[in-house]
Write a protein that binds this ligand. Structure first.
Ligand code: ATP
Ligand code: MG
Length: 485
């Protein structure tokens, strides 16, 4: 259609057009192979154990990359990238497919139809998408994609981390893909700004750290967005919590308890927070503050806010604290903070204390008790100069419940504690557990255990539940939870 075929000698692509349409591959692609060479397409090696679902993700040999690179170089010489960038994805793919098929014929590359299909897909992904990452991004069973330089790509599937056969041509290609990802949210990553948070269009959270900070090439981490969001029902089906425990969490969400979800990295905090927000009434005005917008609230009245890193001159940073403080002037009924990690803890606790009950947040800690001491140290380190007794009073007066999530060593995620914060006795914060996860043992590498109640029939949030006319449901859930007690 608009290829530069038939216009005499192949033209060189302008840097601008190239950057627009194919920044991922351009660098380092300069020589097209001689026409009379007849490269033989190597069969992709079979990948036994970690075989990704897409054929194009199969292990590629060096020969494959050499053939691909030569065809790619010829494609870049032929196609007008500026015009390609104007097309929608489907037409652009069709255009590339036509040209690549022609190049394969012209070059007499020997390959089967399926090999040709794989190559076509790889090239389309390189020019239009995220290159070798595309087949991984298309899968919905992956929780995390972790790229440690061009040669090593790990994924987390069903709680287990495994090495994939995917690799990038070199660190330049990887860096270009990182650049393409972050530029979509108006950011950049390079030697002078080597750390960057971003998100993909589908909502997946992305972190890039580039050389010289990352010594062995750019490191890219993607927390994949799940198309089918987990619900508390799924949590019950996976054994992450029992039915009675899930009902109690739902009642806490609906009766406007101030909730802190604590857990280690990747333990399922954000997922649980998302589930808990599902119990917020549709009439309430909710404001979410996040570093990279991950939450997906279903209510109609939601304002989503995102922090902003400083620009290259070091100006313009908007911190989580700025967002939380601004929230208070936005007439919020509920404030949801994706992750509390600094002085915003103070503002969130104050908000919880002053009429914005039902606010929620997550925090990295290994137990409910540790979560409280982390809150305390965040406030102390924020330079508020408050005596520790006052900070603890604030914590007791604000947080109603701490829910602990854990990623167990077999890869499963469990809610291990539902703990109420009761008050203070002297210097000590008093808590009471409503539900605990009890380990029993291990069967074939799978952790065995069960959730149990602790015999509490009147939790501290009883009156709150009663106010929302949920005390009957709560009594029933507690009875079931405490059955074996
Ligand atoms: N109960 C669960 N059962 C199975 N998978 C889960 C469960 N909870 C969360 N996951 C999956 O685990 C992955 C990590 O979840 P999530 O993003 O909620 O973790 P996180 O604790 O917020 O991580 P981070 O500390 O990096 O923010 C996601 O892919 C999510 O779908
Ligand atoms: Mg999270």
């Amino acid at each position: 259609m608009f290829g530069k075929r038939g216009q005499g000698a192949p033209q060189t692509v302008t840097a601008d057009a190239a950057a627009k349409a194919a920044p991922a591959e351009l660098t380092g692609v300069s020589e097209a192979p001689s026409e009379n060479k007849k490269p033989k397409m190597p069969a992709p090696e079979a990948v036994a154990k970690n075989a990704p679902k897409s054929a194009s993700a199969a292990t590629r040999s060096d020969d494959y990359y050499a053939v691909k690179q030569s065809i790619f170089a010829a494609l870049i010489d032929t196609i007008d990238l500026g015009q390609l960038a104007q097309l929608d994805q489907k037409s652009a793919r069709d255009e590339i497919r036509d040209i690549v098929t022609e190049i394969i014929q012209l070059k007499n590359v020997v390959m089967s139809i399926s090999e040709q299909e794989n190559l076509l897909e790889d090239i389309c992904n390189d020019v239009l998408g995220y290159g070798p990452l595309e087949p991984l991004l298309a899968r919905d069973d992956i929780a995390d994609i972790m790229v440690n330089g061009a040669g090593r790509v790990f994924i987390e599937v069903e709680g287990k981390v495994e090495l994939t056969p995917i690799r990038f041509r070199d660190n330049t290609q990887l860096m270009n893909i990182c650049q393409r990802i972050v530029s979509q949210v108006g950011r950049r990553v390079d030697e002078s700004a080597p750390i960057c948070d971003a998100r993909l269009q589908d909502g997946s959270r992305v972190n890039v750290i580039a050389p010289p900070l990352s010594i062995d090439g750019p490191s890219l981490t993607i927390r994949k967005f799940k198309r089918d969001k987990l619900t508390l029902k799924d949590f019950v089906n996976y054994g992450s919590i029992n039915e009675a425990g899930a009902d109690i969490l739902g009642i806490m969400g609906a009766s406007r308890c101030n909730v802190l979800i604590s857990g280690g990295t990747g333990s399922g905090k954000t997922t649980l927070l998302n589930c808990m927000t599902g119990f917020i009434d549709v009439t309430e005005r909710i404001i979410t503050c996040e570093d990279a917008a991950e939450l997906q609230l279903q209510q109609p009245h939601v304002v989503r806010l995102e922090t902003r890193p400083p620009n290259i001159e070091g100006f313009g940073e908007i911190t989580m604290r700025d967002l939380v403080r601004n929230c208070l002037r936005m007439r919020p009924e509920r404030i949801v903070v994706g992750e509390v990690r600094g002085p915003e803890a103070f503002d969130l606790l104050q908000a919880m204390n002053t009429g914005h009950d039902g606010s929620m947040g997550t925090l990295h800690a290994n137990s409910p008790r540790e979560a409280m001491s982390r809150l305390e140290s965040m406030i102390t380190m924020g330079g508020f100069n408050l005596p520790s007794k006052t900070i603890r009073e604030m914590i007791c007066g604000s947080i109603d419940v701490i829910i602990q999530a854990e990623r167990m060593r077999d890869g499963s995620r469990r809610i291990t504690h539902i703990t109420e914060v009761l008050g203070q006795e002297g210097d000590v914060i008093i808590t009471q557990d409503l539900m605990l996860y009890e380990l029993e043992g291990e069967d074939n590498g799978k952790i065995r255990g069960h959730h149990r109640g602790t015999g509490i029939a009147r939790p501290a949030f009883w009156d709150r539940a009663r106010y929302f006319n949920l005390h009957g449901k709560l009594a029933n859930a507690l009875d079931r939870l405490n059955e074996e007690f």
